[in-house]
Design a protein around this ligand. Structure first.
Ligand SMILES: [Ca+2]
Length: 161
């Protein structure tokens, strides 16, 4: 029984929904502490805002690297995402979830092949930097923005050079 519980906790500890519920619980506690007069209104509001922001971050399809966020102040640059196979994607090379995301890129977003290739190469470089030991073929197969249908490392082959 003890072991089951431990493995259950191990499994749930890092899942997003667990973290969100934990944060919601903290919000409830802050509200309760304020209602019982244990903490001051300003403090309660401050904490509440922080917790709600944390919940907002958790509900996105990526995490934020807080160190980078602190340094750059940019959410876009601080995005961190782990693919199914454990590859780390960072910053504006994070793979967008849906096609509607404003930062999703398609070949139609570029006017020349070189422009699209530059973006792809930049992300391939970033991925290599953040994932030491990952080989080139694996990076090509990731094709973060889906610009390289045949995964040969040359993107948007239909665009003018
Ligand atoms: Ca291609």
């Amino acid at each position: 029984m003890g072991i089951d519980m431990a493995s259950y906790l191990q499994k749930t500890r890092n899942t997003k929904s667990t973290r969100i519920w934990f944060l919601v619980l903290l919000v409830v506690i802050v509200i309760a502490l304020y209602m019982f007069g244990i903490i001051k209104k300003g403090f309660a509001i401050g904490l509440g805002v922080l917790l709600l922001a944390a919940i907002g971050i958790q509900t996105m399809d990526y995490d934020l690297d807080l160190g980078t966020l602190w340094k750059t102040g940019s959410v876009k640059e601080s995005r961190v995402q782990h693919t199914k196979d454990g590859v780390v994607l960072m910053g504006d090379c994070v793979k967008p979830a849906g096609k509607s995301e404003s930062y999703d890129l398609n070949c139609s977003n570029f006017s020349t092949q070189a422009e699209a290739q530059a973006k792809y190469d930049y992300c391939a470089e970033q991925i290599a930097e953040n994932n030491k030991g990952l080989d080139r073929a694996k990076i090509m197969s990731l094709d973060v923005y889906g610009l390289d249908g045949n995964k040969n490392g040359v993107v948007c082959e239909a665009l003018p050079g």
